[in-house]
Write a protein that binds this ligand. Structure first.
Ligand SMILES: C[S@@+](CC[C@H](N)C(=O)[O-])C[C@H]1O[C@@H](n2cnc3c(N)ncnc32)[C@H](O)[C@@H]1O
Length: 218
């Protein structure tokens, strides 16, 4: 949770965001992004929701995927645009500046083989997160999958108690630095079930980050 606060803080320095994130997570951040990129194959259509400065979007494009990279932050997208240009990947990446709950308005009904949400769901309030997940499902091809990389609220009671305590302690510094209320993603398995989505793979990436591979129920 403290990492979440720091994460939101370093987002204010978008150019150094990935470097800072790797330092504060002791390299786990980079490894968790590699795990996402590994799942993508040549020719896949990929939607990266809350793509940030684009490490995952660029990695997928490098593998030969066609990527739509969506984020609400113009600064993050400017960095992605210049990186894509430098790496000659501009033709493989379409950049979209929009909020995750407006995907139905900006994606013209396009469907994807792979939809990725890395470290962005935790930044959304419950209602917005649910609507984002719903739109991710609606833009997923029937045989496609969703990849989620995030810090989840623990389901074990004693761990949840510890997280609540940490939330109370970190609430004021987090709010002062970031002006938002940040906490790990709550009720994700329930929300996915409500949306008729199932978890096919779950892996703890360390430091509280969890990798989930999700698909539509038949
Ligand atoms: C912590 S960064 C993660 C960036 C990238 N996915 C990664 O794993 O490095 C969260 C990103 O989500 C974006 N974001 C937050 N809320 C959003 C929303 N409602 N719609 C679209 N993007 C959003 C932020 O602008 C930021 O770039």
């Amino acid at each position: 949770m403290l990492i979440y606060g720091l994460m939101k803080f370093v987002e204010q320095a978008p150019f150094h965001y990935e470097k800072f994130m790797n330092i504060i997570s002791l390299g786990r951040y980079g490894r968790s992004l590699e795990k996402l990129i590994e799942q993508v194959s040549v020719g896949d259509s990929v939607l990266d929701v809350g793509c940030g400065s684009g490490k995952v979007a660029l990695g997928c494009a490098k593998k030969g995927a066609q990527v739509v990279a969506l984020d609400s932050s113009i600064q993050m997208l400017d960095i992605l645009r210049s990186r894509a240009k430098k790496q000659s990947l501009s033709s493989n990446i379409k950049i979209v500046n929009a909020g995750s709950a407006s995907m139905d308005k900006v994606l013209n009904g396009e469907k994807f083989d792979v939809i990725i949400a890395s470290l962005m769901l935790g930044e959304l309030i419950d209602d917005l997160r649910f609507r984002t997940l719903m739109q991710m499902r609606d833009h997923l091809k029937d045989k496609g999958f969703i990849l989620i990389n995030d810090e989840l609220w623990p389901d074990v009671k004693i761990k949840a108690f510890f997280y609540n305590l940490l939330f109370c302690i970190s609430f004021i510094p987090n709010f002062l630095f970031t002006r938002t209320v940040i906490r790990p993603v709550k009720n994700l398995p329930d929300d996915l079930a409500k949306l008729n989505l199932k978890i096919d793979e779950k892996k703890n990436m360390g430091g509280g980050i969890v990798f989930l591979k999700v698909s539509k129920r038949p």
